[in-house]
Ligand binder design. Structure first.
Ligand code: ADP
Ligand code: MG
Length: 750
């Protein structure tokens, strides 16, 4: 088998969802016209003049609102999954505005077999394929991850707060470190994996719709297949299928956002715009640098875009008039993606194949088990032959069948051993010639031997179950999978595939004819009269003129779109620049230069995590990095009010700090003394005291009736400001004293 295949284009199909109830109720018009046979989509501008021609796009296949899930699968996705089963990498992207059916296409409604999406359909496909295979061993495993705001989350991990990193290895490329993957034996198990992931996806999201429209979900199925090749050696092929439900392609509103929110908004669609840039760079033919590294998504799916993978992109659109702009943007995006060339090849015998590890582990365990068997038999033989049983080992060196028989006979052997020991024990018990002591000793010995036998037996059994468990994960055709599909179904499937293939060919031919029509038809024409020639040529001219107009309109649209995009980018840039300037200003004015330099020296950019970090403070590298007491707070450079000065001394909050907003205070040692508490008072005395105090309280209440408003406010201010209480204390009490016993002004000396 030749490993290298010539390059092939990314396959792009478009699917238009039906009008939803709201759109019908709102009376929106349908602006999308779909020619399934031709693979063409016409979009009419709802605001354009009636003479304006609709915009035309041609794709590998198009699906209108009547399209069935299974139709899409058979025509578009089945060939791709089939390739994955042969050892190719495959990727399916669903691209489009939120609410146009990306998730419907990828997942669909799981409960309804008619409306199941690609992911569940591929489960069925993969396991059916395996059940029908012959002389092949398969291992299927699944992972599920999500990218939200440039952070990768493992949807199958126990700890959902953890974020994963991307790593790169020269031999296997980019991978997600510590991503969990589950080996699945059948459709039910892999469905369970998907359900668990989906549940985790919605946990923590306050608004699931919004969250899913802003995050990318990637379901990964890895299929490993081992087969004896022509050279008699065991070969392993590994195919990886990425099923990607992208974030909504609509522009995120960035205007007006500031600070964290601005950062968030710029991050949300970073992956998606990076994807667009990668596509542009790939198809323009001039770029030498493809910006894969700009986002997590493009790094992770690097192979699917211009690399070693077969890729299908489904562009989802809505038919209603108010979506016109987004629909056109999606179609243009998809149109560009058609021109990406991939170079898929079969992944044969990769280093990281899990299947090989499994096979080796099983072989190792089997050898261990066999060794136990040999040891056992050796003992037996020795006993039988009186220590000369060395040749007895030879018999076990044979092939697996004998080995299996050995395992099968195992229970019998163990029972015989047990019975023998029981018999011996009984014999000892019945032997009256032995002294009680000796009897006990012999009995204990026998018991010990029985324990040994039991333990050995248990160890063998655990080994056997371990082997069985591992082997059960390796799938073999027609054995592990329950659904024995009958011949009829197989034939039916084949027919369906043939029909799909036929349809595809028809469409291609139609498309070819269309283009040839225009070119050749009129070349062959001979004209009987000048008038006829004029007529025909006028017709042709008209046709070409219309085309020219369409192209001009397209150019105009594109320019407008570019301008809009550019304005938006400039706006974002402006906002970010403003933000940056503010930060600079704050740093320059409020952070001591020395501290700033120290932090600058410690700062470094973490490529993997795509963010700035600071190195931990080390005490070894000289005293350079050690914190010193700040000097800036001594000579105030700005005029300060006396209130601010007071607040600066008495309060810890940074509001009244002059130059230094960094907290550089020393940690004060914790207190080692205790406040003096008077001796415990006997309950009787306490009661008497309380009674006495109560009396006084009542007295005060009596007095306050003199001026209830003022004394009330005085008491309040006392309790609400305990800090200032010390200073205010005497004056306020003097104040209330004044109220209670007003001093006569006449006594003040003149
Ligand atoms: P997205 O994932 O792109 O945001 P969804 O897949 O959630 O969009 O689709 C939005 C709604 O439209 C869902 O209720 C879905 O059932 C419905 N829908 C989408 N595509 C189709 C279709 N081809 N046929 C019927 N219903 C569809
Ligand atoms: Mg969705």
């Amino acid at each position: 088998m030749s490993k290298l295949k010539s390059s092939e284009s990314v396959k792009v199909v478009v699917r238009c969802r039906p009008m939803n109830e709201k759109e019908i109720a709102g009376g929106y018009g349908v602006i999308v016209d779909i020619d399934v046979k031709l693979g063409q989509i016409l979009v009419k501008n709802p605001r354009g003049s009636p003479s304006e021609l609709p915009k035309t796009f041609t794709f590998d296949a198009v699906y209108d609102c009547n399209s069935k899930q299974v139709e899409l699968y058979d025509e578009t996705f089945r060939p791709l999954v089939e390739s994955v089963l042969l050892g190719f990498n495959g990727t399916i992207f669903a691209y489009g505005q939120t609410g146009t059916g990306k998730t419907y296409t990828m997942e669909g409604l799981r409960t309804d077999p008619e409306r199941r999406g690609v992911i569940p359909n591929s489960f069925e496909h993969i396991f059916t394929h395996i059940s029908r295979s012959q002389n092949q061993q398969y291992l299927v495993r699944a992972s599920y991850l999500e990218i939200y705001q440039e952070e990768i989350k493992d949807l199958l991990a126990k700890d959902q707060t953890k974020r994963l990193e991307l790593k790169e290895r020269p031999d296997t490329g980019v991978y997600v470190k510590d991503l969990s993957s589950f080996v699945t034996k059948n459709v039910k198990e892999i469905e369970h994996v998907m359900n668990v992931g989906n549940q985790n996806r919605s946990v923590g999201a306050t608004n699931m719709n919004e969250h899913s429209s802003r995050s990318h979900a990637i379901f990964v199925i890895t299929v490993e297949c081992s087969e004896i090749g022509l050279d008699g050696e065991n070969h392993i092929r590994v195919g990886k299928l990425n099923l990607v439900d992208l974030a909504g392609s609509e522009r995120q509103a960035k205007t007006g956002a500031q600070g964290e929110r601005l950062k968030e908004a710029t991050k949300i669609n970073l992956s998606l715009s990076a994807l667009g840039n990668v596509i542009s760079a790939l198809v323009d033919g001039k770029s030498t640098h493809i910006p894969y590294r700009d986002s997590k998504l493009t790094r992770l799916l690097q192979d699917s875009l211009g690399g070693n993978a077969k890729t299908v992109m489904v562009a989802n659109i809505g038919p209603a008039s108010y979506n016109c702009e987004e629909t056109l943007t999606t179609l243009r995006y998809a149109n560009r993606a058609k021109n990406i060339k991939n170079k898929p090849r079969v992944n044969e015998d990769p280093k990281d194949a899990l299947l090989r590890e499994f096979q080796e582990e099983i072989a190792r365990l089997k050898a261990q088990l066999e060794k136990r068997g040999v040891d056992k038999r050796k003992k037996k033989n020795r006993r039988r032959q009186g220590g000369e049983g060395e040749e007895g080992i030879e018999e076990d060196d044979g092939d697996g069948e004998e080995d299996e028989e050995g395992i099968k006979n195992e229970p019998e052997y163990w029972r015989a051993q047990q019975e023998k020991l029981e018999r011996e024990k009984k014999a000892i018990l019945d032997d009256h010639s032995l002294v009680a002591d000796e009897k006990q000793k012999l009995l204990r010995e026998k018991e010990k031997k029985m324990g040994d036998v039991r333990r050995e037996r248990e160890a063998s059994e655990t080994l056997a179950t371990k082997i069985k468990a591992m082997e059960s994960k390796l799938l073999v055709g027609g054995k592990n999978i329950v659904d024995h599909t009958n011949e009829q179904q197989k034939v039916l499937e084949q027919r369906r595939q043939e029909i799909a293939e036929q349809k595809r060919r028809e469409r291609e031919m139609q498309q070819q004819m269309e283009t040839q029509d225009e070119e050749t038809l009129e070349l062959k024409e001979t004209y009987s009269s000048l008038q006829q020639e004029v007529d025909v040529k006028t017709k042709k001219l008209k046709k070409l003129f219309a085309k020219l107009q369409a192209v001009k309109a397209e150019i105009h649209d594109l320019q407008e779109e570019h301008i809009k995009e550019r304005q938006e980018l400039e706006q974002t840039q402006n906002e970010l620049t403003r933000e940056l300037k503010l930060k600079h200003l704050v740093i320059e004015n409020f952070i001591p230069l020395e501290e700033k330099n120290k932090i600058m020296n410690r700062a470094y950019f973490d490529e993997e995590e795509d963010q700035w970090k600071t190195q931990p403070i080390t005490r070894i590298e000289g005293n350079q990095q050690m914190m010193k007491r700040p000097v800036s707070a001594i000579g105030y450079e700005r005029p300060l009010s006396s209130y601010a000065k007071m607040a600066l001394i008495s309060r810890s909050d940074p509001r009244y700090r002059a130059e230094n907003i960094l907290l550089l205070e020393l940690d004060m040692p914790s207190r080692t003394t205790r406040d003096y508490e008077g001796p415990a008072i006997a309950p009787k005395v306490q009661a008497a005291l309380e009674a006495a105090l109560q009396d006084e309280d009542e007295l005060q209440v009596d007095a306050s009736t003199f001026d209830p408003l003022r004394s009330d406010s005085a008491r309040k201010s006392k309790s609400s400001r305990p800090k200032t209480g010390k200073k205010m204390g005497p004056s306020s009490s003097a104040g209330s004293g004044t109220q209670l016993y007003p001093q006569s002004r006449g006594l003040v000396p003149k």
